[in-house]
Each structure stands twice: as C-alpha cells, then as structure tokens.
Design a binder for this molecule. Structure first.
Ligand code: TUI
Length: 316
C-alpha cells in the first residue's frame, strides 16, 4: 500500500504522515520509530536546552538512517541557539510552530534543510512560500497545544488555493478516515500528534497515555485566550484554575500558574495539576500500540476509504 505525493517525494519518505513535534513528548525514541515506519518522525525541541537537543538529534541519527526532523517552537527565548544546533547537525527537515520563521529561512535553506512552517492563516502561508518554504503545515484548532483560530476543514482547502507548494493538514486527524478527508481537501500529507502520544515508543508518563485513552468527545478545552496564546488541553484541575484566571483576565497569574506544567504532566505523570496538551482527536485514540502499527493502519484505512469513495462516484 502506498500513497505517493509531492510531499513523500520532497522528504524522501514512504508514507505522507508527519508526526507532530510535541514538546516534552516527541523525543528521539518516538521520532526514530515513526521514521523507521516510513513516516517523518519529529523531535519536539520546545524549550529544550541546546545540549539536550544535540543529544536527541544524535540519538535519532543512531537509531535510523531514514529522514527525520526537528520542530522549533519559535516562542522559546533561546531559539537562536536551537536554530544553530539544527544547522550544525544538518537535520534533514525542520518544522516550525508558534511564530514566523522568516528570520532563519535563508540559513536553513543554505544548509539544504527542508523547511515546513506551521501556518494558521493563508496570509502567513503566502508570505512563507515567497521566502522559500518547501511545504506548509496547516494546523486547525482541533489540534492540541498552542492553536490558531480556524478549523482544519476550512483552513486546509484555503491554504491549498493560496499556495502552490504542498500543504500538510493537521489538527483532528487520528485515523485513515481523517487522512482521506484531508486528501479530499487537497492536502498531500497529514501531521498527526495526539495519536502518537499513545505510541509504545512515546516516552511520556503512562498516566498521561491512560488519560488520552479515556478522553471522550468533549473532554478538551481551550484555555489562555486572554494571554493571546490559546492552548488546547484535556480538562483537569489545572485547566479549571486557568479558566477561572482567564475569566478574571488575570494574565500574569495565569502565565505564572502555567509555567512548567507541561513537564509536570508528561514527565511526572501529574494528570490533575499538569498541562495535558492534546487535541480533540484524543477521544479517537483507544489503545497503546507501536508507531509502525499506527502508520500502517492509517495508510491501509485511508487507501480503503479512497477506493470506496471512488467506486461510489462511478455508481452515481
Ligand atoms: O506550536 C504549536 N503548538 C504548540 S507550541 C507549544 S509550547 C507552548 N507552551 C505554552 C504556551 C504556548 C506554547 C505547545 N503547543 N503548534 C503550531 C502552531 N503554530 N499553532 C499556531 C501557530 C502559529 C501561530 C502564529 C504559527 C505562526 C504564527 O505566526 C504569527 C506571526 O508571527 O505571523
């Protein structure tokens, strides 16, 4: 089974599935497992110290000969140093989130690094195409963590119309049906985050995996709108406290309360006072399984759906 698109060609991968670059979650273990399975594994740099990022990149290189990438979270204060690490290590692919990567584009491209920025709007996507982005990842607000305003269903086709480089759909995609839907909207690949949280190779605390598996359709909430950086999480004690501060517009207290809470969840397994960043698709994740099984299942289901739809069109 194979789905070949301009994205698989561009990245030299077998399947058009990119694993989300989740901070404190997407480590070299997960990234190399996804790459070995034929997708594109991503190390989530988040707020990582530079020496840890370098070590993570070297671990991924040792674990797979296939392409992998690093996600750079552009809001981190030491972003310049993290960019220097990916340049030094000549990581094959960089995805960026939470900002405009324009400042770093030339340096990354000069090293032959493929750059796939996450853009939550058509205006930013056009600007990034004009300065050399290789593809655009359009992340809808169904996604976990820091999100934009638009839903995947409307963002994806608008990005496809706005740019001529490949578009990768993200946000709310956790199975082959979602993947086929993204392709119907014109995407040439998908980025999947939440489902890979429950990959066997994902090193987050088992209590968080269990919480994702137990999550139902309405169990996520968007907090922190008052800060200008809305974040989707699975509801818990922390999210209720943050919602209260949001209502009272207590931005400083809210930011203070949020600090360090992602690590508290993902590393320590505190599912009440940790930040359980996950997408709406958490409700569709029902078991822990190897990353390769997730990739294979998604491709098999997506191709099956697409065949079924093609035969439906013929019968009409
Ligand atoms: O970046 C993400 N998701 C994230 S980052 C993160 S770490 C964090 N922790 C606490 C508070 C905030 C962040 C957790 N999850 N997804 C990609 C993404 N990028 N979503 C939205 C954007 C984005 C927003 C604005 C991309 C570009 C952008 O550009 C603004 C501009 O400068 O034009």
């Amino acid at each position: 089974m194979a789905l070949r698109t301009r994205l698989t060609e561009l990245l030299g991968i077998e399947h058009p599935i990119i694993q989300g670059g989740m901070a404190w979650t997407a480590t070299a273990e997960l990234a190399s497992a996804v790459s070995e399975a034929g997708g594109l594994g991503i190390i989530g740099a988040g707020h990582m110290p530079t020496d840890i990022l370098r070590e993570q990149i070297r671990n991924a290189k040792a674990a797979t000969n296939r392409p992998f990438g690093v996600n750079l979270m552009l809001m981190t204060p030491h972003i310049d140093e993290l960019v220097q690490v990916v340049l030094d290590e000549r990581v094959p692919v960089v995805t960026t989130g939470a900002g405009n990567p324009g400042k770093y584009m030339d340096a990354l491209k000069e090293r032959g690094i493929k750059v796939l920025p996450i853009a939550p709007s058509t205006a930013l996507a056009r600007r990034l195409e004009s300065i050399g982005a290789d593809a655009i990842i359009g992340e809808g607000m169904e996604a976990g963590g820091h999100i934009g305003e638009l839903a995947t269903m409307v963002l994806t086709p608008q990005l496809v119309d706005a740019v001529s480089i490949p578009v990768v759909a993200a946000g709310g995609i956790a199975d082959g049906r979602g993947m086929a839907a993204a392709f119907a909207l014109g995407a040439e690949g998908v980025q999947v985050g939440t489902r890979f949280m429950c990959a066997e190779e994902c090193t987050i605390h088992p209590a968080v995996k269990e919480t994702v598996i137990r999550a139902k359709d309405r169990d996520t909430v968007v907090t922190g709108r008052s800060t200008g950086h809305p974040v989707r999480v699975i509801k818990n004690k922390l999210s209720r406290q943050i919602e209260e501060l949001d209502r009272q517009n207590k931005i400083a207290e809210l930011e203070e309360l949020g600090t360090g809470k992602l690590a508290l969840a993902m590393r320590e397994g505190d599912t009440q006072m940790g930040s359980l960043m996950a997408g709406q698709a958490a409700a569709m994740v029902c078991k822990i399984q190897p990353a390769a099984e997730i990739v294979d299942e998604m491709i098999a289901e997506a191709t099956d759906v697409m065949r079924r739809l093609a035969s439906l069109a013929q019968e009409a």
